[in-house]
Design a binder for this molecule. Sequence first.
Ligand code: MOS
Length: 735
Amino acid sequence: MKFDTPATDNPIDQLKIIGKPTDRVDGPLKTSGTAPYAYERHDVVPNQAYGYVVGSAIAKGQIASMDLKEAKAAPGVLAVVTAASAGMLGKGDFNTAKLLGGPEIQHYHQAVALVVAESFEQARSAAALVRVQYTRSKGNFDLAKSLDGAIKPPASFGAEADSRFGDFDAAFASAPVKLDARYTTPDHSHAMMEPHASIASWDGDKLTLWTSNQMIAWSVGDVAKTLGIPKEKVRLVSPYIGGGFGGKLFVRSDAILAALGAKAAGRPVKVALQRPLIINNTTHRPATIQRIRLGATTDGKLTAIGHESWSGDLKGGGPETAVGQTRLLYAAPNRMTAMRLAVLDLPEGNAMRAPGEAPGLMALEIAIDEMAEKLGIDPVAFRILNDTQVDPEKPERPFSQRRLNECLTMGAEKFGWKDRSPKPGLTRDGRWLVGTGVAAAFRNNINEKSAARVRLDRNGMVIVETDMTDIGTGSYTIIAQTAAEMLGVPLTQVEVRLGDSLFPVSAGSGGQWGANSSTAGVYAACMKLRTAIIDKLRFDPADAVFDKGKVRSRGKSIALAKAAASGEIVAEDLMEYGDLGQKFQQSTFGAHFVEAAVDAATGEIRIRRMLAVCAAGRILNPKAARSQVIGAMTMGAGAALMEELAVDKRFGFFVNHDLAGYEVPVHADIPSQEVIFLDEVDPTTSPMKAKGVGELGICGVAAAVANAVYHATGIRVRNYPVTLDKLIDKLPDVA
Ligand code: MOS
C-alpha cells in the first residue's frame, strides 16, 4: 500500500483501543523473567559453548605477534579465533570489517581474539593467556586540538555538511544585539542494561543468530556481507532487547565472533560482550565543540543564526549532525550552519538516542537562553517570538504540523512560570539556591517503509508477524492495539510475533520512526486481511463492520473464528511513502521545564522537578509514550549533570568504561516528572496519524537543566556535564 496524504478516516480513528493508555502486553513476561534475552536462550539449541572476547590493549598500530599456545592448551578450550585464522572480514554497511582487528588495530578494545571453551569461566581464564605483542603508532585522540585539520564531511543521514541562507556574515556584523559563544558536549555511552550478546549456530552453511539487535534486515545483510555468505543463509532472531539507544542498530563483534567461533568449534557458541569491554569495543555518541552566533534586533527578532559543530570519528566515519535542528527551529532571514569532522583514533562514533539533535540542542538552547537574557525578554516569550511555520531555509516547504508555541505556552502555565524572576541567583531555600529553566525540544519525524503479515486462525486469533523489534519501547503493545482496532477484536485475541528475519521486513527500531512506521505496516496488512475476510464471506465491502470479534454486513453477523473455519486467512502488505518527505517537513516538538537547586556551599546540583509538553501527532498509547518520554528526560538529566566518557588523550581510550565509572541517573536523582501530550492528530504522517516520541523526549532536556542551574546561581556553564567543580569557585559566599 502506498500512503497518500492526507490520510482519510479509517478504522484506526475509532480509537476504541488505539490512543488508550494500555499496559504492556509483554509486561508479565518481562516482570516474571520469562521474556528471554539473547544470552539466556539456553534452550534454543543444545551443546552451547562459551566465547570470551580479547580486546586490543592499544588504540592504534599493529599486532606484532600473537602467542596462542597456552590459551589453546588451557582446560576446556575448544577454539581460538583471530584475524589470522578467520581471514579478512567482508565490508558490511556499518563498519563490520573492523569488528575483528589484526594485524592492523584501529581502536582500543577492538576485538583481537575470541576464546571458545566449555564454560564461561574456562573461556575467560584462557583469554588471559592469549599473549599479544603490539607495535603502537601515534594516534590522534584530542578533538579540541584537531579543529584546524577537520574536513568538510560528505552528507550524513541525508544532511549536507553546510547550509547557507541570506547573508549571515553581514547580518551578524550589523546586528544590534549579538551572542557568540562556544559550547562543548562530551562523548556519551548508550550504557544499556542488556549487553550486546549473541548465540550462533551453524546448520551446514546456514547460520542462525539469536541476538540483541534493533534493525533485523540491516543486520542480516551485514552479517552476510561480513562473513561472505548469501543473506538467504542467515537468520536473525531478536524478540526481546534490554535497551539499545542506537548502540544495537548494527551488528557488533559479539554476533560476528560467535558465528566465527561456532564455525571453528563445530558447535553453537554464545558470546556476551563483557561490560568493561562494551564502551570501547562498540559505538558511542561523539563529543562536540559547537560555536553559536546569534544576532537580533533590540525588540527580540532574530536576524542571524550561525551554528558550527566539530566532532571526530575514525577514518571514513561521519560527523555528529549537531546543527540539524538549527536549520529548522527558529526563524531568521540570514543563516549559516556547518559541520566539520576530525579524524580521531578513538572508538567508533555513531548514533545514540536523537543523534544530532540531542547534543545540538544542548548547545543551541543554552544560547537561546543567553540571548533572551541579553535582550531582557523572557526565554519562553523569546522562543515564541521567533517561531516559524515553514522550513526557514526552504520557505516553500511547510511543516506538516508545528505546535511548538502551544507546548511552550501550556508548559509555562502548568509549571508556574509566570512569577519567575528574570534575574538569576535570587531564590534561596535554606542552603539551596533554586532556579528554573526552559528549553525547546525538536526532533524530526521519519517514515520508513514497513511490512507485516497478519493471520486469522481457526480460533479467531489474530496473529501478527513482522521483523520489527521492541527495544523496551512498547512495539508489541502498539502493534497489538493496531491489529485489535483494525479487526474489531479485544487485545487478548491478538498475538504479536516480532524480531525474526523469517517475518516480513519492518522499519525496525531507530530514529524514533518505529512506532508510526511499524504500525502503519500492520495497518496495511490488516486492511488486506479485512478485504480477504469480506471476500470470503461474500459480504459487501461498503457496509462491512468489524466489531466485537465479528463481521457484520446487511444484518448478517459472523464470528471471525467462523470466517476462518475452513482454513486460516493470511494477508501480507507493506506501507510505503514515495516522496512524502519532500512535500512536508515532518517534525516533533516539545518544551521542557526544569527546577533545580544548587547547594550554595558545595555546588551539589539536585533536580527538583521536570515537565515535558510534547506535540507528536496521535499518541498511540499514552502510557507507553509517557514511559518513553520520562526515560528520555532521565537520560537528558544524565547528559546535563553526569554523563561523560573521560578520554585518555595519551593512549586513546575511554577511561571510565564500565557502569561503575560511567555515571547515569537513578530514581533518587529525579524526584518528580510530568509529561503532557498535546491533543494532536497529523494526517500527513501515515494512516496512523502518529509520529515518534522516543527521541523527542531527550531533546532539549540537558539545556533546560543547565539553564535552571544558571538561573539558580548566575553561573553559566557551557561545557557539559554541569558538575559542581565548574560552579564551586564562583558560588556566592555562604552566609
Ligand atoms: Mo536510534 S540512535 O536511531 O536507535
